[in-house]
Design a protein around this ligand. Structure first.
Ligand SMILES: C[S@@+](CC[C@H](N)C(=O)[O-])C[C@H]1O[C@@H](n2cnc3c(N)ncnc32)[C@H](O)[C@@H]1O
Length: 243
């Protein structure tokens, strides 16, 4: 797919997400179809997602450690300001960000994940705001954000919106498996996988972002993942004011 077509589809998906939130489901469905996205009934899929993820989280044991991708990028991250963990699950990254000194909000569709994230934050002795919400329906919370993290959650429209809500100088971290992962693993299923090369194309289509790092490959934990680190351009201050 050409770069221009990717950008067009991205704009359509972002517009579809906005229409969905405004209750204009017909417009949302039309734009999603034009962008090649198959749309489920939003209310039904929100409930399904909530139930499905509740079951999965309830079946999990101890919370996992934060991913090396995130921890190893600490030098890119501020130690104060506001951080948003998209679909943050049981809080492994949100707690880590909060420990670094960031005022952190975790959003997740699963009540069980949110309950566990609150518990993890309390056990770690850090403040963490936890919102139960379906990001695909409600969109990301208003910024500005100094850090936005998405690890193992794929919603292109939500990413685009969250990237647009970064503060000047704010950092976006994305870690997501790609279709190549299917060569060795059945899961995550196709719905959660990026096309090869897609994350770089998406990042290039989001305005005002400087890509600091983009890579894809088999990672040490055995998965094929795309990694992105990008920073929103800082405002330039001229003699006549802020540009
Ligand atoms: C594979 S887990 C990743 C959790 C966390 N980001 C991490 O890296 O540990 C995917 C998470 O996405 C959440 N999720 C799935 N669909 C969602 C949606 N539409 N809105 C918000 N959260 C969602 C699930 O509840 C689950 O916690």
């Amino acid at each position: 797919m050409s770069f221009a077509a990717t950008v067009r589809d991205e704009l359509r998906r972002a517009a579809a997400a906005r229409f969905r939130r405004l209750g204009r489901d017909d417009d949302a469905a039309r734009l999603s179809a034009e962008a090649g996205t198959v749309e489920a009934d939003p209310a039904r899929s929100a409930d399904d997602a909530r139930r499905r993820w509740n079951v999965r989280h309830a079946a999990r044991d101890a919370p996992a450690a934060p991913a090396a991708f995130v921890v190893d990028r600490a030098s890119h991250l501020p130690t104060s300001g506001r951080a948003l963990d998209l679909a943050g699950g049981t809080g492994r990254h949100a707690v880590w960000l909060a420990r670094r000194g960031l005022d952190t909000i975790l959003v997740d569709v699963s009540d069980e994940a949110c309950r566990r994230a609150r518990h993890a934050a309390a056990a770690a002795g850090v403040a963490l705001e936890v919102h139960r919400a379906d990001l695909s329906v409600d969109g990301p919370p208003d910024g500005p954000w100094d850090v936005v993290l998405s690890s193992d959650f794929l919603d292109r429209a939500v990413w685009a919106e969250a990237a647009g809500r970064l503060a000047p100088g704010g950092v976006l971290l994305v870690c997501q498996p790609t279709v190549t992962n299917l060569e060795r693993h059945d899961r995550p299923s196709r719905r959660w996988l990026l096309e090869d090369g897609e994350l770089g194309r998406l990042a290039a289509s989001w305005p005002d972002l400087e890509v600091l790092e983009i890579s894809e490959g088999w990672r040490s934990r055995g998965r094929h993942e795309a990694w992105l680190v990008a920073r929103r351009h800082a405002c330039q201050v001229s003699a006549s004011g802020t540009v």
